[in-house]
Design a protein around this ligand. Structure first.
Ligand code: A3P
Length: 296
């Protein structure tokens, strides 16, 4: 167990701290292996993201593209969230094409899906905004009075980072994408989707081989705007039945997950000293990387 900055321990597996879901606390290796060995269908789509990169947003866009309709899913993405499911057999009952989602690093993604050349949608968000979003996420779910600096030092760039840390996760994905001869991996930048949602949604639909009219694309963009998606989460969506939290509490937590949805909120949280520290870490970690991270 690794300390999450305060008293509450997070489970540790394969050098990463992982979310404290009961089954991960009990046996994280079992679930990671179940994910790795998942029986896949050729038309499965895996949404693979480092936590807090905009997974809920892009998942909803992917679902609308697949349905060819700007219609909200009744469920939240948690119903297809591989490491959070109480029981992996749940995915067997999902209709195809299944838009599965996960935060496990590339090396733990379902082997069969990769062998099949199955499609992977990968969302990349700048790590400073990811840090801020994760800070609030952890506070919301686990409480405590930890300040941002403590979170940054102990968790974000600490010795055992969440899902192995942003740098490790993204560099592993970059290597996989470079080796991907079949064009199975599609990376969308959170910031590009925010600045240019119409073009990015078209690119995504193209990658998924779905023909959509400009009208449907516009409707998807509109319904998946930060404000409307937040409202829909409150008014339309069913909540995961597998949580031990009360339905009211779950609804509150899910809605609050739509916090700001902006580029550059890190400027309100990183002190000058912290920013300098992070920039130095970034420069060293990314010296061989071609990823163009958008901080603004
Ligand atoms: P913030 O905490 O910065 O607001 P994930 O879904 O991977 O957990 O990521 C959550 C982050 O995505 C949150 O960031 C959330 O507000 C943001 N987000 C969710 N829907 C969004 C949307 N439609 N547009 C922009 N950002 C969105």
């Amino acid at each position: 167990m690794e300390n999450n900055g305060e008293e509450k321990p997070f489970p540790v597996f394969d050098g990463m701290s992982v979310p404290p879901f009961p089954h991960l606390i009990e046996d994280a290796e079992k679930r990671f292996k179940e994910i790795r060995n998942l029986e896949c269908r050729k038309d499965d789509i895996i949404l693979a993201t480092y936590p807090k990169s905009g997974t809920h947003w892009i998942w909803e866009i992917v679902c609308m593209i697949l349905k060819k309709k700007a219609e909200y899913m009744k469920e939240t993405k948690e119903f297809q969230f591989l490491e959070a499911l109480p029981d992996m057999s749940i995915v067997n009952n999902l209709a195809s094409p299944r838009p599965l989602n996960t935060h496990v690093p590339y090396r733990w993604l379902p082997k069969q899906h990769i062998e099949n050349g199955g499609k992977i949608v990968h969302v990349l968000r700048n790590p400073k905004d990811v840090a801020v979003s994760m800070y609030y996420h952890i506070k919301r779910l686990h409480g405590g009075s930890m300040d941002f600096n403590t979170f940054y030092e102990k968790i974000f760039v600490g010795p055992v980072q969440h899902m192995g840390g942003w740098f490790s996760y993204e560099k592993e994905f970059e290597r996989a994408e470079a080796a991907d001869k079949q064009g199975a991996i599609f990376t969308v930048h959170y910031e590009s989707m925010k600045k240019n949602p119409t073009d990015e949604t078209k690119r995504l639909a193209n990658f998924l081989n779905v023909d959509l009219t400009d009208e449907v694309i516009d409707e998807i963009v509109d319904k998946c705007s930060f404000r409307k998606l937040k409202e829909a989460t409150e008014s339309v969506k069913d909540l995961p039945k597998f949580s031990n939290r009360s339905p009211d509490k779950m609804k509150q937590l899910m809605t609050k997950m739509y916090r700001k949805g902006e580029i550059g909120d890190w400027k309100n949280h990183f002190t000058v000293a912290l920013n300098e520290h992070f920039d130095a870490v970034f420069k060293e970690e990314m010296k061989d990387s071609k990823i163009k991270v958008q901080f603004e």
